[in-house]
Design a protein around this ligand. Structure first.
Ligand code: BES
Ligand code: ZN
Ligand code: ZN
Length: 484
């Protein structure tokens, strides 16, 4: 899809279809006078109407918020995707920030048009190629600053394409998407991008580094593990932000095997690592003045004669011993060693992203990520800076009582809690055990288990991977680049 802005009134622009956003709940009644003139598409409260005669598509939105613009653009895409429409024109719709208004609509079109159809014989590809904005402003009578609009179009494309890039990784099947495949993708990505390098480390290196928790999780897999380290390093970096991603290319649960119904979708347990790759792509293409690292722990969690076991005690890279009571709490083991490695690179901000706990999904639902950490201001500030991104988050607060629950007489920490409640937070508190004192205030944990994989389509998210974590963290980086 190509996006452009033309400095002309809407009616002087050539296109197959005119798109009009309408803030009106009674959209249907307003436009339907002669039934024969219309086609209808998915009435769902706000609704949408296509008028054949004038080739005008009316899409109802609730207001001009950025998220409504994204949803409206996605609905427009869905309405025309099976039609022979190659180009759409629309006026400018301004919310508070001009740049963000254009950016949101572009994001809505690109995110909404994503499809993972690699394994389908019949691929229904849309014919839509061009989206043309007119500088004619529809609702506020404001003058459009074309430079701001162009920047919005550019950023929207970068951020949405980075998200779709992550979706492709997460959606790929576990037979193909092994740790080695992830490492190859990372190396290829580094070749394509400006100012990006990639180093890949194998199991010999992990042994040398005492990354025994990471290695234990990998032991019963026929696919060797990989520690992947990408760095985007622009010339005048103002800050160093390090992302650590859980890259479980498959999580069977290990010897604490998952029940059949719960194992399905566990190809998506690599979502944290995949998001970190998307963030590197986005940061480089946006040319942010921030040094960004992605450290990915890629492995499978499988069963076999040499599998690690409940009752094992593992010495982690950080020198903290871990009693294993459940091999399905494997993500935190991989992250423990990766967070240890990450801290050697002296981050200003350290963020881990992981599909870490089912408890997070129980607590927050499937649409929201859990944000944890020791620094209240950092978490609040993060939420403020990502408020326009469309991703949903909630802060889960640590407390000293929950901290008691991961204590064990056998080792420094246990990999599961002694209680069945509060599992998202106790997982976060487990990770905290591996954060050095000097980094306690710099670290944030993002549990993306809910939104990372969509079982029932919602908003502009199709069934399958959503690319959770990519957009919010790129919005965050973009904001801190401004103030740094
Ligand atoms: N990958 C899962 C968490 C998960 C569950 C992600 C559902 C997405 C959807 C993780 O490795 C896991 O199995 N966690 C266990 C931890 C438990 C054994 C303490 C869980 O949440 O049940
Ligand atoms: Zn697990
Ligand atoms: Zn897992």
């Amino acid at each position: 899809m190509k996006f452009e802005i033309i400095n002309q009134p809407l009616d002087q622009i050539q296109a197959d279809l005119t798109l009009v956003f309408v803030i009106d709940k009674n959209l249907k009644h307003k436009f339907i006078k002669d039934e024969k003139e219309f086609d209808f598409f998915g009435f769902d409260g706000s609704g949408s109407v296509l008028i054949q005669k004038t080739k005008t598509l009316y899409i109802g939105i609730e207001n001009l918020d950025y998220e409504e613009l994204r949803l409206g653009a996605c609905k427009a895409f869905e309405a025309v995707k099976s039609l022979n429409i190659k180009s759409i024109k629309l006026a400018s719709y301004l919310s508070k920030c001009q740049k963000m208004s254009f950016q949101s609509i572009v994001e809505g079109f690109i995110l909404g048009s994503y499809e993972f159809n690699k394994y389908k014989k019949e691929k229904k590809e849309s014919k839509l190629q061009n989206i043309i904005f007119s500088t004619q402003e529809e609702l506020n009578d404001e003058t459009i600053d074309v430079n701001k609009a162009e920047l919005g179009l550019k950023n929207g494309q970068i951020i949405a394409n980075a998200t779709n890039f992550t979706k492709n990784i997460v959606n790929e099947i576990p037979e193909i998407y092994t740790p080695i495949k992830m490492a190859n993708d990372a190396k290829n990505l580094a070749k394509e991008l400006k100012n990006v390098t990639c180093e890949v480390y194998d199991e010999e290196f992990l042994k040398k580094e005492n990354m025994n928790a990471f290695l234990a999780v990998n032991r019963a897999s026929v696919h060797p593990p990989r520690l992947i380290h990408m760095i985007y390093k622009p010339q005048n970096a103002k800050k160093r932000v390090i992302f650590v991603g859980k890259g479980l290319t498959y999580d069977s649960g290990g010897l604490s095997l998952k029940p059949a119904d719960y194992m399905v979708t566990m190809k998506a347990d690599k979502s944290g690592a995949a998001a970190a790759l998307g963030i590197i792509k986005g940061a480089s293409e946006l040319e942010l003045d921030i040094e960004v690292h992605a450290i990915l722990g890629a492995t499978e969690n499988m069963i076999g004669g040499n599998a690690y076991k409940p009752d094992d005690v593992i010495m982690s890279r950080e020198g903290v011993s871990i009693e294993v009571k459940n091999t399905d709490a494997e993500g935190r083991l991989v992250l423990a060693d990766c967070l240890s490695w990450a801290q050697d690179f002296k981050p200003d901000i350290l963020i881990d992203m992981a599909t870490l706990t089912g408890a997070c999904v129980v607590g927050l639902g499937e649409y929201t990520s859990g944000i944890m950490g020791n620094n209240e201001e950092l978490k609040e500030d993060f939420r403020k800076k990502i408020s326009k991104s469309g991703e949903l988050t909630t802060i889960f607060h640590f407390n000293k009582h929950l901290k008691e629950l991961i204590k064990t007489p056998i080792a420094d920490v246990c990999n599961i809690s002694s209680s069945r409640y509060g599992g998202a937070i106790t997982a976060g508190l487990f990770l905290d055990k591996f954060i050095r004192d000097e980094n306690k205030q710099k670290w944030m944990h993002q549990d993306i288990a809910g939104p990372a994989y969509v079982q029932k389509a919602w908003g502009y998210n199709q069934h399958g991977a959503s690319g959770a974590g990519v957009r919010m963290n790129l919005y965050y980086l973009n904001e801190i680049a401004k103030e740094a």
